[in-house]
Design a protein around this ligand. Sequence first.
Ligand code: AMP
Length: 191
Amino acid sequence: MLNVVIFGAPGSGKGTQSELIEKKYGLVHLSTGDILRAEIAKGSEIGKLADGLISKGHFIPDDLMIRILNAHLDMYPTANGFIFDGFPRTLTQAEALDTMLKNRNLKVSLMLNIDVDTNELVKRLLNRGKTSGRSDDNLQTIHERIQVYETKTLPVIQFYDRQKKHHRIKGTGTMEEVFERICNEIDSVNR
Ligand code: AMP
């Protein structure tokens, strides 16, 4: 089993790289952002709650997010492994992920931290906003998301540092270049 946490600020390329990893390594891609946007599209109760929070750049409460992820893990009992994209975003979520995996005799294999500087992130997100149709790809919400990332999400790096699972990836260059760096790191732990 290969379980990859793909980590990085909004706009760092987590979604794009997750799709490439999914194809090459045959893993199940769990994107909490995609799961929430699907709930919004369905008009479910979770979707209604998520809609207001996402458009402001705020997080969905930890306990709800953890329950949603736990339910999705149960949907793939025969998976070869998972890519966790957009989760964990807080220390509480990181601890909960370890517990959820442990309960299934699984563990995180490595955490890939895609590193992109803030100016580049803002540029990419504004550009994505022209076509993404996402309610959170506008200047005001982008700044809020980056700030929330810095205060709530950055501590997750130390969590994986302590477990010696943190691998920093230079996130600039072409999509293929970033993917090659990612594969090198995955292959170094997955022999
Ligand atoms: P993403 O598609 O990963 O950029 O996520 C879009 C938005 O969904 C985030 O800005 C949050 O509002 C919400 N979200 C996604 N994942 C999480 C999470 N793990 N915890 C809390 N909120 C989340």
